[in-house]
Unconditional design. Structure first.
Length: 262
């Protein structure tokens, strides 16, 4: 595999500087955000690279699980930062949903499909779990924010249905459906475009490392199926638990938790 030296990295980083110049010339703004994000990317990836090298050599299941929990923690924090309007008990709902959804998806892939031995093989477990978590973050953020918005927009509709004897879940059915559809759109679009519009990163990386293209394709199909299933399960748990926070024990809508709409 062709190595990328430090001068090569500096050369390619010049494209970031080029982007900064374009932002400045066009007076778009955001130069500081772009520069900070690029520096943060470099630092985080280098740190992750050295950490993975250490973990691959150590091969301790306890440390591997600890790393996965840390990844989950930062994923939930990142989702919270993306969402403007949060569900009640946001971090508890999203954290538990991602733990179950992503955890079960990762377990299914590495243990049932790939049959890893040992099951905590870090060279497979950590990168695969990272891809599942990364995609679930997008679905979780879309589901949580869309549900919060739908609850505010459909406040009158929900209260009317409650007055006619509907349960909270029945009254929120349209909101839950809309949020679930929105959460799955990125995964659906990605699957529809793969192989025609673009070659996905995992497949491309494997091919560049010398893996046979057909084997790389099989891995990509497997990870996309697991990602979609994990996103679906994670968002379902968020929605099914999230809507309940908007109601009292007497099944009354809590207006204080809804954003006022025009």
């Amino acid at each position: 595999m062709i190595d990328i030296s430090l001068p090569d990295l500096l050369l390619v980083y010049g494209l970031i500087l080029f982007s900064l110049v374009l932002l400045r010339l066009n007076r778009v703004g955001g130069e500081a955000n772009l520069f900070k994000a690029s520096v943060r990317m470099v630092v985080q990836l280098l740190a992750a690279g050295y950490l993975l090298h250490f973990l691959f050599e150590l091969r301790q299941p306890f440390l591997i699980l600890l790393v996965l929990l840390v990844m989950l923690f930062f994923a939930v924090i990142t989702v919270g930062g993306r969402v403007e309007q949060r569900l009640p008990h946001f971090y508890r709902v999203v954290g538990s949903a991602m733990l179950i959804g992503c955890g079960s998806g990762t377990f299914y892939l590495v243990y049932i499909v790939l049959g890893l031995s040992p099951w905590y093989e870090p060279r497979y477990l950590i990168p695969l779990a990272g891809m599942i978590l990364g995609n679930a973050m997008t679905g979780a953020a879309l589901a949580a924010e869309r549900l919060a918005g739908e609850m505010s927009i459909r406040q009158a509709e929900i209260e009317t249905l409650l007055c006619f004897g509907a349960s909270p879940r029945q009254a929120c059915r349209s909101s839950i459906r809309a949020a679930f559809r929105a959460a799955l759109i990125p995964a659906i679009n990605a699957m529809a475009a793969m192989g025609v519009v673009f070659l996905p990163g995992m497949m491309t990386g494997q091919i560049l490392s010398g893996t046979a293209p057909i084997l790389a394709v099989k891995y990509q199909i497997a990870i996309m199926c697991v990602i979609t299933g994990s996103v679906a399960l994670t968002t379902s748990l968020i929605l099914l638990r999230g809507y309940r926070g908007y109601f009292t024990t007497a099944e009354q809508l809590r207006r204080d938790l809804l954003r006022k709409t025009a």
